[in-house]
Design a protein around this ligand. Sequence first.
Ligand SMILES: [Zn+2]
Ligand SMILES: [Zn+2]
Ligand SMILES: [Zn+2]
Length: 262
Amino acid sequence: MSRHPKHKKQKLQQINFAHLPGPAHRTHLTTIYTYYQEDGKTAIRASQLVVSPLAVDESPEDGDKFEESGQEDFLLVDPEVLSMEPDAQAQKRKQTLGSFPLMAWVPECVTFLDELLRLEGRGDYASQVACISCKAGAPLFQCKDCWCMELYCSDCCIELHLRLPFHHVEQWVDMHFTRVTLKSLGLRLQLGHTVGDHCCNPKCAFGDEFVVIDTNGIHDVALDFCGCRTAQTHVKQLLCACLFPATIFNPKTAATFEVLEN
Ligand SMILES: [Zn+2]
Ligand SMILES: [Zn+2]
Ligand SMILES: [Zn+2]
């Protein structure tokens, strides 16, 4: 058995397990630091190797024990491979598709790009001529937060978002989608009443401007406080709607409770 002259005493003394993508008994690429003696001096070499399960003289069950020991030596199975340069060692070892799991994605690149590009447009609804809900209005609006790519008219889009007022909606304009607010479509949030109920005396926020901070972004909304005889304070109305006001005096900004919890 011949060995590389520099490797009179070649022992692999440390493997950085933090770099391993999976259990030690799986095939993986790893960096091995090799300490060796040469002309009475101690040297270190770092090399990248594909390590197969058979390459480690440890059973998978002993992996934890080996990881703890850290400084323990281990042997590569084929001593002849040890005598080679690192590049040759890597070539020598059997490489399978499992050695490079990301390679399986490469043939699908075009598929992913095609689909992403198609979704930039109207997707499956390119030839849709009427709102998918009422079958009458112009199908111009799409929600980026609802789990659907269907196109709705503005009225149906508002109806769809009475209970989802902090979604991002886009409008098809000049052969592309552009973001619009539900406020611009006519959606108004009424506090102090159940969704869909009309208040006899609605009081819009100062300047009809109100901002809600949600986990998916910041939203300009049209918000009306209840002005009925039994109405609560504005702060309390906001809290009842799970909105935390930025101030207790004429609030114009609030954060959803979900934002606070995150
Ligand atoms: Zn419609
Ligand atoms: Zn939506
Ligand atoms: Zn009211």
